[in-house]
Design a protein around this ligand. Sequence first.
Ligand code: S3P
Length: 166
Amino acid sequence: MRSIVLIGFMGAGKSAVGRELSRRLGWPRRDTDEIIRQRLGQTIPEIFLEQGEEAFRQTETETLRELSTGEPFVLVTGGGIVLRDENIALLRGLGWRCWLDGDEEELWQRASRRQNRPLLQAEDPRARFAELFRERAARYASAMEYRLDTTGKSIAAVAEEILGQL
Ligand code: S3P
């Protein structure tokens, strides 16, 4: 079996769906943001603030390089993982890439519930969200094998749909 790689924008439900899949399949879960936090010993907002986005992106790439391809696992990624071509190539080597997509407004509603996203610490977070959403669509499209529209769907329903595709 190939590992499952979840990609997609902030608020797409990657973390929650990853947890559900890991539980249902009995596969370990890896989460690039969690690994980066552990490696650098800081929260994501602290890393962006004190070390800058580039340091975060570099650690993100190093994290991907070091993930093993042995036993299958569920990989949860940060929304910006597709920004680097090298990351997309690494993701291709890691497993089956599922893009959790959805209606922009619904993703915004989910993403803005928490204050832990440095990229949304903008003067007009909603406009910034829309801009990034537009800019990134083509990157997710080129990295994915399967696009899943999460609009109006529960975590369980999304996980179910993924299991049906395996
Ligand atoms: C980012 C998304 C975040 C996190 C970091 C950068 C992005 O992950 O990696 O704040 O560039 O979209 P989530 O997609 O889990 O919010």
